[in-house]
Write a protein that binds this ligand. Structure first.
Ligand code: ADP
Ligand code: ASP
Ligand code: MG
Length: 404
């Protein structure tokens, strides 16, 4: 079999863990498989590198940031290769540019456009284990790009797709995909099989266990994806096409702390104001999520909306710089909030999901700041300090009986 094995940062945090990963790879290799290993940066290296950059310049250029961040993954691939060589195995490490992972030119959130398979295939034919740095590629200028946080998952799935691998295994620090983040919700249970669509909803609403784009790609190319622990031999979660087992109407709960809200106040109550505000943000590729507009009074209205916390400085700067020509009275932000979402395709045909969610929050005396609903999810914004209590109460309400 051809297997792509991806190991996340926590699985590589120190020398011992690197050795363990090498042993796991060696075992799979010795069973007669061909292996491509994709690695993240060790532990919290990426966060440390970001801090380092900001100590020097609070607003560094995205190109230089990618130059810096990509070094984390490069360290990991060299170290694992050394560990594998120490076990007597022959392997070869490659950065993203070296294997030919071609991306768009948007530094910091580049998209994979194509992957050259020749070099990897040649090495596999020579019975070498191929080690690839995750999270990075090269753009048309020949510059290093990164794929956005969690992007090593995307590298792994993309490689599995182009190499037509039999399996893509994502090794992490939990035993699979759970009904909620098991570090926050103590009664969360592991899901054995989940559909691409359900996983996509959970990932895009904040469940970090898989990067959203990796799931999109797995769905598009029908990659067999397994999420499992690098510290145990437990079976993990299989992510695949439609799951035929009896499924519940709610698949899980997603928590997103990386959100911030902005309130633009005292906007003239005339046509075109929302367009002007949001086009300003979209030109800078700032994604807006929940939007709330107040009822106009005294010829004025307020608009509040949420964005990713990473975009907050840029969004505030844009709005402040345009306050005069947009003609609003004030703009404020709140970065101490969290979004909790209940997710599930079956919700469309079940009434009462929203009221169950609100009841759970009420029973925990938690205030709701904003609400957004669609056919497949309901999200609420709450004070960040209420996250753990909210997640546990809401989970209890929906999953008191084992889901599957
Ligand atoms: P890695 O370094 O292996 O890429 P991540 O930190 O990116 O690991 O993702 C794993 C983490 O995702 C877990 O430690 C867990 O806290 C979090 N997580 C959030 N939601 C879920 C979920 N529904 N199921 C499993 N893990 C989740
Ligand atoms: N090291 C990168 C990050 O921390 C990529 C990854 O871990 O997938 O986001
Ligand atoms: Mg990750």
């Amino acid at each position: 079999m051809l297997i792509v094995q991806k190991f996340g940062g926590s699985s590589l945090a120190d020398a011992n863990k690197i050795t363990n990963v090498a042993k796991r790879v060696a075992e799979t290799y010795r069973q007669g498989n061909q292996i491509v290993v994709v690695l993240s940066a060790q532990g919290d290296t990426t966060d440390k590198l970001l801090e380092k950059a900001r100590e020097i310049n609070p607003n560094p250029s995205k190109r230089e940031l990618d130059m810096l961040l990509s070094t984390g993954e490069q360290q990991s691939i060299a170290l694992i290769s050394m560990a594998l060589q120490g076990l007597g195995l022959s392997c070869v490490s490659f950065t993203g540019p070296q294997v030919g992972i071609h991306t768009s030119s948007t530094y910091g959130s580049a998209r994979i456009r194509s992957i050259d398979t020749e070099r990897v295939n040649n090495e596999l034919e020579r019975n070498n284990i191929v080690i690839v740095a995750g999270f990075q590629g090269v753009n048309r200028f020949g510059d290093i790009t990164t794929l956005g946080r969690g992007g090593s998952d995307t590298t792994a799935v993309a490689l599995a797709a182009v190499l037509q691998a039999d399996l893509c295994e994502i090794y992490t620090d939990v035993e699979g995909v759970y009904t909620a983040d098991p570090r926050v919700v103590k009664n969360a249970h592991k899901i054995d099989v989940i559909s691409y669509d359900e996983m996509l909803d959970l990932a895009s609403l904040g469940a970090k266990v898989l990067a959203t784009r990796s799931v999109e790609m797995a769905k598009k190319y029908r990659v067999q994806l397994v999420v499992r622990s690098s510290m145990s031999n437990a079976e993990g979660t299989l992510v695949k096409e439609d799951v035929k087992v009896e499924s519940t109407y709610v698949s899980g709960l997603a928590i997103d702390k990386d959100v911030a809200s902005i309130s633009v106040m005292g906007i003239r109550n005339v046509p075109g104001m929302a367009y002007k505000i949001f086009s300003l943000l979209s030109k800078e590729k700032i994604l807006v999520d929940i939007i709330l507009q107040s009822i106009g009074r005294d010829k004025k209205k307020d608009i509040s909306f949420t964005i990713n916390i990473g975009d907050l400085p840029k969004a505030m700067e844009l709005l402040k710089n345009n306050q005069d020509n947009l003609g609003f009275e004030d703009v404020t932000y709140d970065d101490k909030i969290a979004k909790i979402s209940v997710v599930g395709a079956g919700m469309a045909t079940h009434s009462g999901v929203a009221s169950m969610l609100f009841e759970a929050l009420y029973s925990a005396r938690i205030n709701i700041m904003m609400i957004s609903t669609s056919e497949i999810k309901i999200s609420v914004l709450i004070d960040e300090r209420d996250t753990d209590a909210a997640a546990n109460y809401v989970h209890e309400k929906f999953f008191a009986v084992p889901a599957r």
